[in-house]
Design a protein around this ligand. Structure first.
Ligand code: PLP
Length: 413
């Protein structure tokens, strides 16, 4: 007797549902996702160096210092002590408490550890925040020139990216009035970054006060404040954190981490503060995406925050010396002028007088002069006419790099 073969009925597809994609087709967002060209430049610089060329890398934004020894030791100890398993998705409770205590120590800010999540790197917070709040029909404001992942992620979600111009004539700080003039009922999220990558600008407290005051008229607006360079400040400036404004706490996401302050870029370690209404969502995203940050790195992070801070002070003092050096030398180059950056570890010289387009100059400097920099347009349309140099490199290398730039520009001048 032949057995009847059971067939599942073909599911009926409502008219408004897109047809099934083939195996290699992706959702539209993946056609729009961008990247960070600093990693491509790093790869090319390493390739040239491997072929025997002497390359000076002022491209990638990471401290050239080792992670302080007490922090490394804490990670090794954690491994020896058997901390090999998962931690809570939101991070070790004692680490979340250490972050809250550090904020209180540095800014007098009260933040509940219950609003803090430990994440694998600073970038993860912008990924999570933009993914959560971006969608077609919403506008997201972001700095231009700015960290390239903001725009990439905004486009990924289908939201409309609205650039906030960062201008040289304003010392690369944002203007509160200009930002407020760009807000509309469609603006879902405002991304701020101070001290800033790539321009080194720092937004003065008075501008932040004015901005926060103006936000009262836009109660539906959320804010993502990227404060990852909050300790990289010079000339006696102090950092103003957006956490110091209780009136926006219920719609503020704050991005920070260990990468820059403690020279820990490769550890992939960050933290963020989330309002009550979003915290459980980011916790669930963690459970779905990364489970938790690796355990020994979290023990290292506790040591970073609670141990001696002199290595940070020494690193910032050295960056300050290099900052002055880099600006002085860049201003001697033909066709180049450079405002003094106030924070982070980047110089953003105006190269429009050299006659080169920015990306062309960056590419020629790497291929012909052996100096890796990043073209300004990699940070946004307003970056044309500028290149970014990271001065997280030795004074000696900075001198050699700018000498080479001098020869290159002089020969073509
Ligand atoms: N935010 C800004 C402004 C940055 O410049 C960077 C790194 O360059 C990050 C966030 C990301 O930091 P992390 O390496 O911890 O992901």
């Amino acid at each position: 007797m032949r057995r009847a073969t059971f067939r599942y009925p073909a599911p009926s597809r409502p008219a408004n549902v897109a047809p099934m994609k083939t195996a290699l087709q992706t959702i539209a967002g993946f056609d729009r996702i961008g990247e960070e060209n600093a990693f491509a430049v790093l790869a090319r610089a390493q390739e040239l160096a491997a072929s025997g060329r002497d390359i000076i890398n002022l491209g990638i934004g990471q401290p050239d210092f080792r992670t302080p020894e007490n922090i490394v030791e804490a990670a090794i100890r954690a491994l020896r002590d058997g901390h090999h398993g998962y931690t809570p998705a939101t991070g070790l409770p004692q680490l979340r408490e250490a972050v809250a205590a550090d904020l209180h120590r540095r800014f007098g800010v009260e933040l509940s550890p219950g609003n803090i999540i430990i994440v694998p790197g600073g970038k993860v917070t912008m990924f999570a925040a933009i993914l959560m709040l971006g969608e077609p029909g919403a506008d997201i404001l972001y700095p231009d020139p700015g960290f390239p992942i903001y725009r990439s992620m905004i486009e990924f979600t289908g939201a409309r990216p609205v650039p906030v111009p960062i201008r040289e004539e304003n010392g690369f700080a944002i203007s509160a009035e200009e930002v407020l003039s760009l807000l509309t009922p469609r603006t879902r999220l405002l991304i701020l970054n101070s001290p800033a990558n790539p321009c080194g600008g720092v937004t003065p407290k008075a501008e932040i006060d004015r901005l926060v005051q103006g936000m009262a008229e836009h109660p539906k607006l959320a804010i993502l404040s990227d404060e990852i360079y909050d300790q990289m400040l010079y000339d006696g400036q102090t950092h103003t954190t957006l956490l110091a404004y209780p009136e926006i706490r219920d719609r503020l996401i704050l991005l920070n981490g260990w990468s820059k302050t403690y020279a820990m870029t490769g550890w992939r370690l960050g933290w963020s503060a989330w309002p009550d209404a979003l915290f459980d969502k980011v916790r669930k995203l963690a459970v779905n995406a990364w489970s938790c940050v690796n355990a020994p790195a979290q023990y290292a992070a506790i040591e970073a925050l609670t141990g001696p801070q002199d290595a940070v002070a020494a690193m910032v003092a050295e960056f300050d010396t290099r900052r002055k050096l880099v600006v002085e030398l860049l201003n001697q180059l033909p066709g180049v002028s450079c405002v003094t950056p106030k924070g982070a570890f980047y110089a953003f010289p105006n190269i429009s007088g050299t006659g080169f387009k920015a990306k062309d100059l960056a590419s020629k400097l790497l291929e012909q002069a052996g100096v890796a920099t990043i073209g300004g347009p990699d940070f946004g349309t307003l970056g044309e006419g500028y290149i970014r140099l990271s001065y997280a490199n030795s004074q000696d290398n900075i001198r050699r790099a700018i000498d080479r730039m001098h020869d290159f520009l002089g020969e073509r001048g």
